[in-house]
Design a protein around this ligand. Structure first.
Ligand code: ADP
Length: 257
């Protein structure tokens, strides 16, 4: 039987305000339930990454509180893992040894690391590529290794900052599908930043549409599962897509890149 364990944590942002020197960057009140996928959607520069960085403990909170499973969360720890767009692999280590590095950091015994790393690389579709150095892998494959390495740390919350933004359209679709399958297996809580409406509707249980700086929730749209690529164009989701595009100030009739 295919069992899944709910490993995701509950994330709370209670009346959180994040400031830069020139004023408030974000003001947000949001609770993300264990295993939920919440998308932070908004135009470039609106404050999406700022919110994510605050949750990762990388950005001080000026007011309010961030909590993970009820515990104050104001410094980086292993509960929350950040996944960036840019490639953060160690270039001199093979795919497998990049994943093993994360296992070592978690204190997994050396003799167990190889099997776990190989299993994680299988999960992200990289069977047969474990011994490749990053430079011998495509951009999409490197993102797969990054995901495997992140999963090796067994985070309870994944904080993903436009992780597929640098990939071509086809690879991006493949990575979105991969993330769905990884989520189905691990049920990690995910906060995912994007400015792509279609990506938001494909991946999210809820889409938080943010105003421009300071980032505030203009509207929270609930999206029904299950979904598959292209479903956002079907009648059930098309209304939500148009509503979100209108909130972002786009003409709903124009296709989004
Ligand atoms: P987004 O992720 O939505 O593109 P960011 O959260 O990166 O936006 O940035 C929000 C705003 O804050 C932008 O106007 C950006 O220029 C500004 N900003 C980002 N980081 C800093 C910083 N360290 N100091 C001052 N301003 C910043």
């Amino acid at each position: 039987m295919n069992t899944t364990i709910a490993t995701g944590a509950r994330v709370e942002l209670r009346d959180v305000r994040i400031d830069y020197d020139d004023g408030p960057a974000a003001e947000i009140d949001l609770v993300v339930e264990p295993g939920e996928v919440v998308i932070l959607l908004g135009p470039s520069g609106c404050g999406k990454s700022t919110i994510l960085r605050a949750l990762a403990g990388l950005q001080p909170i000026a007011a309010g509180a961030a909590r993970v499973d009820g515990d104050p969360h104001d410094h980086p720890d292993t509960k929350c893992a950040m996944v960036f767009q840019e490639d953060a692999l160690l270039p001199w280590r093979t795919a497998r040894r990049n994943v093993e590095f994360a296992l070592a950091m978690r204190g997994v015994l050396r003799k167990r690391r190889r099997a776990i790393a190989t299993g994680l690389l299988d999960q992200v579709g990289l069977t047969g590529f474990a011994e490749h150095l990053p430079r011998r892998l495509s951009g999409g494959m490197r993102q797969r290794v990054q995901l495997a390495r992140t999963l090796a740390a067994e985070p309870r919350v994944l904080l993903m900052d436009e992780p597929f933004g640098a990939l071509d359209a086809q690879t991006r679709l493949e990575m979105q599908q991969l993330l769905v399958s990884v989520w189905l297996r691990h049920r990690t809580t995910i906060l995912f930043v994007t400015h792509d409406v279609d990506e938001a509707l494909l991946l999210g249980d809820r889409v938080v549409v943010l105003t421009s700086r300071p980032a505030r929730a203009a509207r929270i749209v609930e999206v029904a599962r299950p979904r598959r690529p292209g479903a956002q164009l079907e009648p059930e989701f098309a209304g939500q897509r148009q509503e979100i595009l209108a909130l972002l100030g786009h003409s709903p009739d124009l296709p989004q890149s």
